[in-house]
Design a protein around this ligand. Structure first.
Ligand SMILES: Nc1ncnc2c1ncn2[C@@H]1O[C@H](COP(=O)(O)OP(=O)(O)O)[C@@H](O)[C@H]1O
Ligand SMILES: O=P(O)(O)OC[C@H](O)CO
Length: 497
């Protein structure tokens, strides 16, 4: 048995490899960015071979720099940018087109066609998702439409589809297994999350041959061993996989119904564990699978904020008001309030609960006295307001109060934001002692399968709080501020060019 679990965190802009020890502490990590392709406005693509190259590179780096050997690794866990779609040739291993990234809007026409044909409700009921280019199904259809001969090859069983987890497991195992886990399957818009199987009606509707789909397996299980010719001469169990937001929920030890986490990164993704029950939402939340573990599936409700930390990047790179993201807090706290200024960062539309793709960003309430500090403070506050919108929707749809929110992601370094979030929600906001909760979640899933960690209770006992932010704001002030935000969002949505 090795002394470390290797977690591979394959994100939208970079790939990381992290070694964790039995205490859940990060021993060493390596990171590498890879190229983003924007062939047309609104399209986002990756080269899956470059992603694979980045994975091999970060694994080699983390081993070399830490002085550990591949033999020291007990198991490998994989977590990934979700929905991003790869179609590759089963015989050659070569992707037949770039990976179409979750953010890409290039399948909008296919989505519009499905909507016009009246399939929206059926898709929502079967998959828990919204009919949107975000998810994998229309991306597969697009690739089969645009690569010559692809449909025939797919029907003949010569092509494989996978999300990034699936592609990486296939590569690491030397092409032996074609699998994915429940959480990733639930993001494809082809998976029936109630019946727990690929939905043949949806496959038929999109003319996606089921033969190209991976086998859906638990999130914690030995799928295969690494191919020694690829993995430093060693066979290491590939033992866990789940989408990155689900892994963050796992890494935050939100194992029981009613526990929620919010990740404050480029966007914000809030997930609420709803246990073995699927909670349906008509208010813009997604019903999704958190993980499959010990013969059971756990469901979650998910809300997405498209622009969060990237609004802070906008202050830095677009408006050039700050030099580093970390400077935002000092400016925001130089003033006692944003004095009625609201920034609605709807740069790419609005997510939960509005799902308004035509909305655009706006600033309200500016006066002659408005200074850069107000802009910065109002931008930071917008992360908290948007997250409150999501949390209120969750509480309403799940019929439960979320008294504690566990927070992670780069922007939790901003103490002003965390306190303001707690004030607005009237709930405790907790930070874990672990910084890399997403990668840690994947490590836990793998380590539970190999026996590195014995039980979920053991993993739960490792979680500890670094800090709690508790509400301090008076109720009147909170209500007044939030009322102003709702007005600002409505006003922003009215303006359409
Ligand atoms: N102190 C800070 N205050 C506000 N935002 C911050 C701060 N530090 C980092 N961020 C924001 O957090 C984001 C990076 O977080 P990260 O979790 O690494 O994101 P991702 O995984 O989506 O790339 C950036 O958008 C950055 O602007
Ligand atoms: O790669 P990230 O961290 O931006 O996460 C992307 C999400 O999984 C998209 O659904």
């Amino acid at each position: 048995m090795g002394d470390y679990i290797l977690s591979i965190d394959q994100g939208t802009t970079s790939t990381r490899a992290i070694l964790f020890n039995r205490e859940g502490d990060m021993v060493h990590s390596a990171q590498r960015e890879f190229r983003q392709y924007f062939p047309k406005p609104g399209w986002v693509e990756h080269n899956a071979n470059e992603i694979w190259g980045s994975v091999l590179a970060v694994i080699a780096t983390v081993l070399t720099e830490s002085g550990k050997q591949a033999e020291d690794i007990d198991g490998i866990g994989i977590t990934n940018q979700r929905e991003t779609t790869v179609v590759w040739n089963k015989k050659t291993g070569a992707p037949i087109y770039h990976a179409i990234v979750w953010q890409s809007r290039q399948t909008q026409e296919i989505v519009d066609g499905l909507r016009e044909a009246g399939h929206e409700k059926q898709i929502h009921e079967k998959t828990g998702l919204r009919l949107d280019p975000y998810f994998s199904a229309t991306k597969v259809r697009w690739i089969l439409d645009h690569v010559k001969g692809a449909q025939q090859l797919a029907e003949a069983g010569d092509l494989l589809f996978g999300t990034i987890d699936s592609f990486l497991i296939w590569k690491l195992s030397g092409g032996k297994v074609h699998v994915t886990d429940y959480s990733n399957a639930s993001r494809t818009m082809l998976y029936n999350i109630g019946e727990l199987k690929w939905d043949l009606e949806l496959c038929e509707l999109l003319q996606i041959p089921p033969i190209m789909l991976p086998e859906v397996r638990p999130s914690s299980e030995i799928y295969a061993n690494t191919d020694p010719t690829i993995f430093f001469g060693v066979e290491v169990p590939i033992a866990g996989a789940a989408g990155d937001q689900q892994c963050a929920l796992f890494g935050q030890a939100c194992f029981t119904k009613g526990m929620a986490k919010n990740t404050y990164g480029t966007g914000c993704f809030m997930l609420l564990n709803t246990g073995d029950k699927m909670v349906r939402s008509d208010n813009g939340l997604l019903t999704t699978i958190a993980w499959g573990l010990n013969g059971e599936v756990t469901y979650a409700l998910e809300g997405s904020v498209f622009v969060a930390g990237s609004a802070v990047q906008w202050l830095r790179d677009g408006l050039r008001m700050i030099q580093n993201s970390s400077d935002a807090e000092a400016y925001a706290t130089r003033i006692a309030s944003s004095e009625g200024v609201y920034v609605v960062p709807a740069f790419v539309g609005l997510g939960t609960p509005y799902w308004d793709s035509d909305a655009r960003g706006a600033v309200f309430g500016i006066t002659r006295g408005t200074e850069k500090e107000h802009f910065i403070r109002a931008t930071i506050e917008s992360l908290a307001y948007q997250s409150k919108d999501v949390l209120l929707t969750m509480e309403m749809d799940a019929g439960m109060e979320i008294g504690i929110l566990r927070a992670d992601g780069g922007a939790v370094a901003n103490e002003f934001l965390m306190q303001f979030q707690s004030d607005l929600l009237q709930a405790d906001v907790e930070l874990s002692r672990y910084k890399e909760t997403t990668a840690l979640g994947a490590a836990y899933l793998a380590g539970l399968a190999t026996g590195f960690w014995k039980s979920i209770e053991e993993v739960e006992s490792l979680w500890s709080k670094e800090k709690t932010y508790s509400p301090q704001m008076a109720e009147d002030e909170r209500d007044e501020l939030y009322k102003g935000w709702k007005k600002a969002v409505e006003a922003a949505r009215v303006f359409k060019l």
